[in-house]
Design a protein around this ligand. Structure first.
Ligand SMILES: [Zn+2]
Length: 437
């Protein structure tokens, strides 16, 4: 849906005093009111002017390594920056997340989280030095999620310097454990420790026109095939761990999954065997399954696990033995979920993107991000882009180009103000959740 400036701002005046949420017309009017507000215009201008400084910040953050479970040094830097930007009480919680509360004028609710993630996929020792050539910046993690972290700091800076007062509270968070084996541990802890969160925004991804309102659920397994092992010639006749795994992979390869809701699988890594002339005693593989629907994910999982067990039975049957076994370990578990298109958080994001980008349509997608946990708890959540363009995510050749990068923090500002309300100007579009809901 396109933002229509023609819709009368007077509609805002008929907003019922205790409206739970705003109607689409009221949200259009609220956006008109925000865009017409001098303080908001000034803040939007400041965010654009902050572009170069923000890019420098992004590079600095990138050069502080943040491997999974080892985000501490980067977290401490981020804490210091938050404190310098005015959050004297910012702190690091028990899980390692950096947290600051930016109080609104209504005494707390609705409480909106604005976040980005600290961790990268890169292990210790990977060279994270930023390299630049012809306007393209290369470094592992430069976009994912250093851009989100820098955009978040830029947002805070501009809001604090302009004294932008929201109605609801903002909880500004840099999370740990978003990637891979971190299994969203940071955001899980956040929701465990804060029962009063009404909405959640993650800035993770580039550009601004792609918005994530579906969380792709994933289940990941490590499967370890074990057999007796032996010499390839003398002990021929024993079952092989590699052969058993091969049978399993062949069967998995032929699995069919729906295109909608998107459901996928892959055997991501394989390892095993000790030498060319030995019947393998052990082989292991890691399997990734994803879906935007929990139901489809569970269906796929059931089928896939059955195929693995069947492959072991076949390998045993082939050699008339029972010596081949498989150990199946769940190593990743992320819930699936969806935030409906008519939800205020999706509606607010749509309007903010249209107001800032004035061209490209918003596309909505499913992904696996920090928002998964909020969505699985029924808490409205979106993941929005931090601005700029890039590619080769999760690879050492990751690149970033700061094209219209300031649009990231600008989009975040308008989305936050729509949801939290601007004191004296607009009401929060985000509803206060009832206890236990
Ligand atoms: Zn990310």
């Amino acid at each position: 849906m396109k933002f229509k400036a023609s819709i009368a701002a007077t509609l805002l005046l008929v907003t019922p005093a205790f409206a739970e949420t705003l109607s689409p017309q009221m949200m259009d009017a609220a956006m008109v009111a925000l865009l017409g507000n001098p303080k908001v215009s000034k803040t939007l201008d400041d965010l654009k002017a902050d572009d170069t400084r923000s890019l420098e910040e992004q590079k600095r953050i990138t050069e502080i390594p943040a491997p999974p479970f080892k985000e501490k040094v980067r977290a401490e830097y981020y804490l210091k920056r938050m404190q310098e930007l005015g959050f004297k009480d910012a702190s690091i919680d028990s899980e390692g997340n950096v947290i600051a509360l930016r109080k609104g004028t209504a005494g707390g609710r609705p409480k909106l989280v604005v976040s980005a993630h600290l961790d990268t996929v890169f292990p210790e020792g990977v060279d994270v030095t930023v390299k630049e050539k012809d306007g393209v910046i290369n470094a592992p993690g430069i976009g994912d999620d250093s851009r989100g972290l820098a955009a978040l700091l830029s947002l805070i800076k501009a809001m604090n310097e302009n004294g932008v007062a929201t109605v609801g509270d903002l909880l500004v968070v840099a999370t740990v454990g978003e990637e891979e084996l971190g299994n969203l541990r940071g955001v899980k802890a956040l929701f465990r420790d804060h029962a009063d969160i009404d909405g959640f925004i993650s800035i993770d991804g580039l550009g601004i026109s792609r918005v994530v309102n579906q969380s792709t659920g994933s289940h990941r397994y490590e499967m370890i095939f074990k057999g007796p092992g032996g010499h390839s010639f003398q002990e021929f006749g024993l079952p092989s761990a590699i052969h058993a795994m091969g049978r399993a992979i062949a069967r998995i390869s032929d699995l069919q999954t729906p295109a909608e809701p998107r459901t996928t699988f892959t055997v991501g890594t394989v390892r095993g065997g000790t030498s060319v002339n030995a019947i393998a005693a052990e082989a292991r593989m890691a399997v990734d399954m994803r879906s935007n629907s929990t139901e489809e994910l569970l269906k796929l999982e059931e089928k896939l696990l059955a195929l693995v067990k069947q492959a072991v039975m076949e390998e045993n049957a082939r050699w008339n033995t029972d010596k081949m076994t498989v150990e199946i370990n769940l190593i990743g578990d992320r819930p699936a979920g969806i935030v409906e298109m008519d939800s205020p958080i999706v509606q607010a994001t749509q309007r903010a993107v249209s107001a800032i980008a004035r061209g490209p349509r918003v596309t909505f997608a499913g992904s696996s991000t920090d928002s998964n946990i909020a969505m699985s708890l029924g808490i409205p959540a979106v993941t929005i882009g931090g601005g700029g363009e890039g590619g080769n995510w999760h690879s050492r050749n990751e690149w970033y180009k700061p094209t219209d990068a300031w649009m990231g923090p600008q989009n975040a500002l308008l989305t936050v103000l729509m949801l939290s309300g601007l004191d004296g100007v607009t009401k929060p579009a985000l509803a206060v959740r009832q206890a236990g809901k």
